[in-house]
Design a protein around this ligand. Structure first.
Ligand SMILES: Cc1cc2nc3c(=O)[nH]c(=O)nc-3n(C[C@H](O)[C@H](O)[C@H](O)COP(=O)(O)OP(=O)(O)OC[C@H]3O[C@@H](n4cnc5c(N)ncnc54)[C@H](O)[C@@H]3O)c2cc1C
Length: 441
């Protein structure tokens, strides 16, 4: 049985340990942090991510810490509705789309690793400083611990991966989008149906904002933890530190004009429990991931803009495929090459696609066509059929082809026809939805 070392106990490294364990391996994880803490803010786990978590035997645990996504709505900076569509099972997919705190999800995976693989399987305070490999194995060096010998080494050590830096010197530099991201969490009562992701504002003048709930009943009185992200163009690059805290006043005033009946975005920002600033960065796609007995997964292999949860979900897919190849093939070198063959091209395409606007482009289209002014009738400036086409293409590209029999894709006011809503089996608050329709008027 191969003796496998994983560098990094982020969601990617932990998921890989669980997948390898399902295949009969007993890997060891080496993590630089002396203690694992639930850091970060929200991530959007797409249907294919929930599928991976389900196969790992963790769906019930995951449901307990996350919020089901019901629908996804797009509004202009004046709070006028552009487009809406349902999510996950409500859209006809076989799996749920769910929102979760990145740190809580990491802790859920960590607990599962400790339970299934034993407390010795994760070595904390072990920062990998380099490695050497030969025909028979890999010797891994640490900053403040003895070197260890393994058959295979996997770098799951995130966007600043030391393993990647050694394999591919020169890959350290980040690609900066010119966009800064303010990320925060706010405790508040649920809005609409308690499972809506909102896309607000415009990407040109005001900045764009995404809002979604990531935990239920956080105060014992029914409040949710609401995650929000504001992106604004033309900002100087800030620190590449996920934990750089700033004041909500930097950005809240941008959303004072954008009021919906059911939510006040400026207020969400002002009431934030914590706000972080992070540059929208990624790494250029790599030409190679696997080098003999050493390979890369997760952000170490394909750091992408943290939009739409694809970074984390792709790390979950890496974990499954790598474990499958190592279990199927006798020769670990061939297995790592086969893993790269199955994954690299797709992940690289997603890195590049994420640099584009994705479906968020609909807000820019409306901003341009309306001259940045409120409109009378959205249908005359942006027909829903044109809008749906953009979304269909995005879902296909991200590997989430819609089921053929899923029913209508997008909605505007027509969604708020009760008959249609019931037919689509959306367990939504129709009254709240009618409120949204009025703002669309
Ligand atoms: C603190 C933190 C907060 C984040 N917050 C968010 C967020 O709010 N939203 C979002 O979309 N994404 C966030 N991310 C990124 C997100 O976790 C990843 O995009 C995705 O989950 C892929 O996970 P990963 O395990 O590949 O990488 P990561 O989650 O980055 O995990 C990498 C792990 O490797 C460890 N490590 C790094 N270098 C070494 C080394 N030399 N030796 C040993 N261990 C090492 C790190 O401490 C970390 O635990 C965050 C990442 C981090 C590290």
């Amino acid at each position: 049985m191969l003796n496998i070392a994983i560098i990094g106990a982020g969601p990617g490294g932990l998921a890989l340990a669980l997948r390898l364990h399902q295949k009969g391996f007993r890997p060891t994880i080496y993590e630089a942090a002396p203690e694992l803490k639930p850091l970060g803010v929200g991530v959007d786990i797409k249907v294919y991510g929930t599928k991976e978590i389900t196969e790992m035997g963790l769906l019930e645990e995951f449901r307990a810490i996350s919020v089901e996504a019901i629908d996804s709505l797009f509004f202009t900076r004046y709070g006028q509705m552009i487009y809406g569509e349902k999510c996950g099972k409500h859209m006809g997919y076989p799996h749920e789309q769910r929102f979760v705190h990145r740190g809580t999800l990491q802790m859920m995976l960590y607990d599962a690793v400790l339970k299934r693989l034993g407390p010795d399987s994760v070595k904390l305070g072990a920062r990998c400083a380099g490695f050497e490999q030969d025909e028979n194995g890999v010797t891994v060096h640490f900053e403040a611990a003895q070197s260890v010998r393994h058959d295979v080494l996997v770098g799951a050590d995130g966007i600043k991966s030391a393993v990647r830096d050694q394999l591919i010197p020169g890959s350290r530099g980040s690609h900066y989008s010119g966009i800064a991201m303010w990320r925060g969490v706010t405790v508040m009562k649920p809005y609409r149906n308690g499972g809506t992701i909102l896309h607000l504002g415009d990407p040109i003048a005001q900045g764009s904002m995404i809002v979604y709930p990531i935990a239920n009943n956080v105060d014992g009185e029914g409040s949710q933890l609401i995650n929000w992200v504001v992106e604004q163009n033309g900002q100087p690059k800030s620190l590449e530190d996920w934990n750089q805290r700033v004041s909500p006043d930097e950005i809240a005033h941008n959303f004072d004009e954008c009021k919906l009946d059911f939510v006040n975005p400026g207020e969400i920002i002002r009431n934030a429990r914590e706000v972080y600033l992070y540059p929208l960065i990624d790494r250029d796609p790599l030409d190679q991931w696997s080098f003999g007995r050493v390979t890369l997964t997760g952000d170490a292999a394909h750091a992408m803009y943290p939009r739409g949860g694809n970074g984390l979900c792709q790390a979950l897919v890496d974990a499954r495929v790598l474990a499958e190849k190592l279990a199927e093939m006798q020769d670990p070198v061939a297995a790592l090459a086969a893993y790269e063959g199955a994954r690299r091209e797709f992940a690289n395409r997603l890195v590049i696609a994420n640099r584009g606007e994705g479906p968020e482009v609909v807000r820019r289209i409306v901003e341009e066509r309306s001259g940045g002014k409120p409109f009378d009738d959205i249908e005359t400036i942006f027909p829903i059929a044109e809008c749906e086409k953009i979304f269909l293409e995005y879902h296909r590209m991200a590997g989430m082809q819609r089921p053929d029999d899923a029913g209508p894709l997008g909605f505007r006011e027509s969604f708020f026809d009760e008959g249609r809503a019931q037919k689509a089996n959306v367990g939504t608050d129709i009254a709240g939805a009618r409120g949204a329709a009025r703002t669309a008027g």
